[in-house]
Design a binder for this molecule. Structure first.
Ligand code: FAD
Length: 462
């Protein structure tokens, strides 16, 4: 029987990072992944392919509608979409990156098992693959990720009515696409197909989009996306969706049924714990299927740990990665830490939306006294130069200590700008610290500096 110090179940950003970090720390590590490609949801059918499609569709949109304002004249009617080429480019990027993880595993001497991992007992895992085999180990990390949540009445056929996986590879641009759920995944993929020519209707149960993000920024985002042609129907309770011939019919409480060519169900994701034998080994999970862990990511059973989407918290690749590093260090060193206040979240639409720390809504609810500084993109020179006039940055700082509590940005490259804010929160910086730091001119980063200056009413350029 094969023996390892650590067996990681799942080769996504949580699992492969845990495996690599543990190997760096000298453990004999194995990773069991049921898909032939490593990298998990993120690399195969999540972060990476969606960002490839967002970039390509944005360039298409740019060529069609926005080059003229830069004095680059082309005949917009001659701009043609080659969807197979776009999809092939995306698949090529996924293939390169997933193979890259194979390379990292070889470099770090991590044993890879292809198959479904099932915990037989603490210290014993069965790999259900072409040739089932049992492996023994000192520790197990469960990093099995998540899957798309179902919705009662919505009959997913994984073709016309599908999840994000199908929406990353539609073979043609749908005439009409209904997106159920105005969260990050629904909006990103809705934007892709809208830019490529689909009429996109987003149905959302709540009375706002992007639940969980700063509501002021979300309202601004909705206005911008509406101008871009996306239709939002808020406060809609979807009761069903069915394929009918080559169309789909979506029904909602108190509204006319909607006929569409494709439906994307994007109402959230649920932990993936199928056939892991959690009950058999007494690993506890909550009523939403999230495995319960302590501050060292240990489950209710010593020697069995869990990280990433399969436990609570934000379902984000970089959060899973931080936990992957931490769990390995905790196993070897006995201590580890992840600062959840400093985990940014980004929506890769155009403009991007990025956020770290507390939202204004959370501060109000918790009764924390705060000051706020805001600065618009349109007052920044670089933003003008790159025709990125929409959006703003908002810095929230404690009213008494000035410590930065949250930063929220909507605008071009917000996803890159937020890194500075995450660092500020990680270092316990004040808004004054950001305001006093020299930011190169002309850069979009000056927007964050000016928003920090605005916390005490001293923004220079607005
Ligand atoms: P996963 O990446 O889901 O990996 C789990 C792996 O475990 C999978 O490969 C699965 O096959 C394997 N597995 C499951 N059960 C078993 C078993 N029993 N045995 C063996 N293998 C098993 N996050 C971001 O931060 N930024 C983004 O831009 C972003 N975009 C996204 C876009 C889309 C369309 C989607 C769906 C998600 C996106 N996410 C994004 C979320 C991100 O993909 C996840 O948060 C991240 O992948 C979670 O990492 P993980 O390691 O916990 O799980």
């Amino acid at each position: 029987m094969k023996e390892h110090d650590l067996v990681v179940i799942g080769g996504g950003p949580g699992g492969y990072v845990a495996a690599i970090r543990a190997a760096q720390l000298g453990l004999n590590v194995a990773c069991i992944e049921k898909e032939s490609a490593l990298g998990g949801t993120c690399l195969r059918v999540g972060c990476i392919p969606s960002k490839a499609m967002l970039e390509s569709s944005e360039l298409f949109q740019m060529a069609k509608n926005h080059l003229a304002e830069h004095g680059v004249s082309i005949n917009a009617d001659s701009v043609k979409l080659d969807l197979p080429a776009m999809l092939k480019r995306k698949d090529g990027i996924v293939s390169q990156l997933t193979k890259g993880i194979d390379g990292l595993f070889r470099k770090n001497k991590i044993t890879r098992y292809l198959g479904h991992g099932k915990i037989v007992a603490p210290g014993k895992v069965l790999v259900e693959g072409a040739q089932p085999e049992e492996i023994v180990c000192k520790n197990i990390v469960i990093a099995t990720g998540s899957k798309s949540a179902p919705l009662k009445g919505v009959e997913v056929d994984n073709e016309r009515i599908g999840t994000s996986t199908e929406a990353l590879a539609f073979p043609e641009v749908p005439g009409t696409m209904v997106v159920i759920g105005a969260g990050v995944i629904g909006l990103e993929l809705g934007c892709v197909w809208s830019r490529l020519g689909a009429k996109v209707i987003v149905l959302e149960y709540l009375d706002r989009i992007l639940p969980g993000m700063d509501s002021e920024i979300a309202t601004e985002a909705q206005k911008i996306f509406t101008k871009q042609g996306i239709e939002f129907r808020l406060g809609m309770k979807v009761t069903g969706a069915k394929v009918s011939g080559k169309k789909c019919v979506v029904t909602c409480d108190g509204a006319e049924p909607i006929t569409a060519d494709r439906v994307l169900l994007a109402v959230g994701r649920i932990p993936n714990t199928e056939n892991l034998n959690l009950d058999g080994v007494h690993v506890a999970y909550d009523n939403r299927g999230r495995i319960q862990v302590d501050q060292h990511f240990q489950t209710t059973i010593p020697g069995i740990y869990a990280i990433g989407d399969v436990i609570g918290g934000a379902m984000l690749a970089h959060k899973a990665e931080e936990e992957g590093m931490a769990v390995a260090e905790g196993i070897v060193w006995g201590h580890c830490h992840v600062n959840y206040d400093a985990i940014p979240a980004i929506v890769y639409t155009h403009p991007e939306i990025a956020s770290v720390g507390k939202t204004e809504d959370q501060l109000k609810e918790a009764g924390v006294p705060y000051k706020k500084g805001s600065f618009p993109y349109m007052a920044n020179g670089r933003a003008k130069a790159i025709a990125a006039n929409e959006g703003r940055a908002k810095v929230l700082a404690h009213a008494e200590t000035d410590r930065v509590l949250g930063v929220h940005i909507i605008g071009a490259h917000a996803g890159d700008l937020i890194a500075e804010a995450a660092l500020a929160i990680e270092f316990g910086a004040s808004s004054e610290d950001i305001a006093r730091t020299s930011h190169a001119h002309p850069t979009l980063a000056e927007i964050v500096k000016e928003a920090a200056l605005a916390v005490d009413g001293r923004a220079i350029h607005f």
